[in-house]
Design a protein around this ligand. Sequence first.
Ligand code: AMP
Length: 284
Amino acid sequence: MILCETTHSLKSELAKLDAKNKSVGFVPTMGALHDGHLSLLDACIKNNEISVVSIFVNPTQFNNPADLEKYPRDLQSDLNILQPKKCDIVFAPTVEDIYENNQIASSVVLGKLGEVMEGKFRPGHFEGVMQIVELLFRIVQPQNAYFGRKDFQQVAVIKHMVKTLNISTKIIECETMREKSGLAMSSRNKLLTSENLKDAAFIFAALSHGRKLASSKTPAETKEIITKSFSESKLSLEYISIVDPTTLESLDYAWTPGATACVVAYCGAVRLLDNLELIPALQN
Ligand code: AMP
């Protein structure tokens, strides 16, 4: 496994591996790696000749400076986690290297996709995400890139960006990995106390209850029941939306295939994000 800390060294290592003539798979992360990240890497390794993982806490996607500051970072521990895997390259650049040595001018209009849920509560977040993902795609030039369904809206945004900019990278969605309690794995879970961890399991319980309700209630009724249940939990609900998986339009009276409930709730000061498909999607 080769560690590259600059864009220049990454490009030169990719050239040494003859990446232009091989399939390159890419897993972008912000580090503080857990089994959710590793499931993306496993899928990547299985289907590509060269696997690249990036570890970069991207400042431009944080709308809250305190959140950026307390985001967990431990490169050495991440490298130890990756070492036993058949990952070829870890790209862990500095902020200066990324933003001083690369130019990105594209601006993709997100429209509705960027106005709801995370777009509404974290203004500028997706602009930052698109900026870094596009930039990393241009550097790594992967055939395949792996993203977690845990960040449901992010997947929709990246797919939209790739289509709009005519980028040939295929976006592959991977299932959400969960703790035994049902809590979605997340780097932010490292900021939770053991008490918090128990409380946070409520999110998945509420979403699972929503899935049961979906057979007899409308989306609006389901949303209302889930919302009320949060008031009896230790968590503070920021939003819940039940949306169509493609348009992210909020559903009120009728279900659509793949209808998904997306939730953000605070456990103490830690913002937790999760989602669950309530109605099965159509098979392709
Ligand atoms: P992050 O480091 O949080 O930016 O996440 C990097 C990638 O890992 C993103 O595509 C996330 O959606 C994905 N990811 C994060 N948590 C999970 C999880 N619990 N299961 C599967 N993928 C995840």
